[in-house]
Design a protein around this ligand. Structure first.
Ligand code: PLP
Length: 441
């Protein structure tokens, strides 16, 4: 029996893409820890290789455990199909490489995860792909930076450290007028934002973060919205509209028509995943599915806890500034309210009155929060970006991305709120001296 389809995230996270194993009745998704799949006969093998029939061949290209995760995240985002990869970085790389050839360019928001910034500013350049960075405060800047060789626009929904929610609807609408798709990294806002509903064409996630949620598995996922007409702008998208010599001259927009509007994701699987590799391992897909099943519930608690922490720290005498969408005003608040539903996310920045030294002392004094280079774990986490995640950036690049020397990033977990606040308070007191301890109490 196939799974019925649902529209509510709580139900999708538990049921989409899977019902029970047809041979064993297993309700939990089995871990198909195998490299290869036995063909029924030579005709079957030939049909699979010719894409005349979709099915399992080899785990680098697809695997039944990974397939359930792909279907479930695609359903959660309201897309038509997904592709899981070995990391979020691989997912971003594939999103761009699927459309670009040497000599092409993309336009990206400046507000990015440090690893993505480095990929865009340095590594893609080695392959002849130029990334033009623009300030997302001005949506029109994306259009101004675009020319005939621009293949996509790229941004994060809720980028840290600034935590300025990206104007998805405005930028996506501008892009659609020019025939340019918007690709959104929705890692920090699963469930609370569905970028495809605001006009994005593709969504990617580092599933390492909130989707996995338990800090066990690195992974990435790309969701094809199926809502962008690649054929209508054939000149802009040669990888999807010109005969592909690596697949018997297939023209992807034509070849997959009977299967639905999935040219983008099919080409990513059949060409990039085949040639470059970087698949998600079945065990990691299984662990990520376990996380995904409780994601909507966890997001509620993540967001509720973060709201309480932001309000608490905003009043704290040792804290100079709290950066969280709930506390923003004007246009940034309007954008947050227009795009986020059910909470403002669980990332937060704080700047201590004592600057960099106080920030470092504060992190070292935390007892329950973990000091790690991760976000979105069920546990509360903290880090000092200037000396870690953003340390490859120049000082000017750090400033442009919102990292000041004293900024401490918090990822608020789902522990009891009293324990989260108690740990923050004791660390603030320890970091800022006995005088501040008295003031804090
Ligand atoms: N996108 C965002 C917003 C991230 O925070 C990260 C990692 O921190 C990535 C992408 C890259 O993901 P991964 O670490 O799974 O490669």
């Amino acid at each position: 029996m196939s799974a019925p389809s649902f529209t509510n995230p709580e139900t999708i996270a538990l049921h989409a893409g899977w019902r029970a194993d047809p041979t064993t009745g297993s309700v939990a998704v089995p871990i198909h820890q195998t490299t290869s799949f036995q063909f029924q006969d030579t005709g079957h093998a030939a049909r699979l290789f010719a894409l005349a029939e979709l099915g399992n061949i080899y785990t680098r290209i697809m695997n039944p455990t990974v397939d359930v995760l792909e279907k479930r995240v695609a359903a959660l985002e309201g897309g038509v199909a997904g592709l899981a990869l070995g990391s979020g970085q691989a997912a971003t790389t594939f999103c761009v490489m699927n459309l670009c050839e040497a000599g092409d360019n993309i336009v990206s928001s400046t507000d990015l995860y440090g690893g993505t910034w480095n990929l865009f500013a340095n590594t893609l350049k080695q392959f002849g792909v130029e990334v033009r960075f623009v300030d997302p405060a001005d949506p029109e800047a994306f259009a101004r930076a675009t020319d005939a060789r621009t293949r996509c626009w790229y941004a994060e929904t809720l980028p840290n450290p600034k935590l300025h929610v990206f104007p998805i609807a405005e930028v996506a609408a501008l892009g659609r007028r020019l025939g340019v798709p918007l690709i959104m990294d929705n890692t920090a806002a699963p469930v609370i934002c569905r970028p495809l509903e605001h006009g994005a064409a593709v969504v990617m996630h580092s599933t390492t973060k909130w989707i996995g949620g338990h800090g066990t598995s690195i992974g990435g996922l790309v969701v094809d919205g199926g809502n962008f007409d690649w054929e209508a702008h054939a000149e802009r998208f040669p990888t999807l509209n010109k005969p592909d010599p690596s697949y018997h001259g297939a023209v992807w927009t034509q070849a997959v028509k009977p299967l639905g509007p999935i040219a983008y994701i099919i080409r990513m699987r059949t060409c990039l995943l085949r040639d470059i590799g970087a698949p998600m391992a079945p065990m990691n897909a299984f662990l990520t599915i376990q996380g995904l099943e409780t994601l909507p519930l966890r997001m509620e608690r993540h967001c509720a806890n973060a709201l309480r922490v932001a309000a608490h720290l905003a009043q704290h005498p040792a804290v100079a500034k709290v950066i969280h969408p709930s506390l923003m005003e004007g246009e940034w608040k309007r954008r947050a309210d227009a795009h986020l539903k059910g909470g403002y996310g669980s990332l937060m920045g704080i700047e201590l009155k004592g600057g960099k030294e106080a920030g470092q002392r504060f992190i070292e004094a935390l007892r329950m929060f973990y000091h790690v280079a991760n976000i979105g774990d069920a546990r509360s986490l903290a880090i000092h970006p200037a000396t870690t995640t953003h340390s490859q950036l120049s000082e000017a690049e750090q400033a442009a991305s919102g990292v000041t020397p004293g900024y401490v990033r918090l990822s608020i977990g789902i522990e009891h709120i009293d324990d989260i606040i108690a740990d923050l308070d004791q660390a603030l007191a320890a970091a800022t001296g006995p005088g501040m301890k008295a003031a804090a109490e």
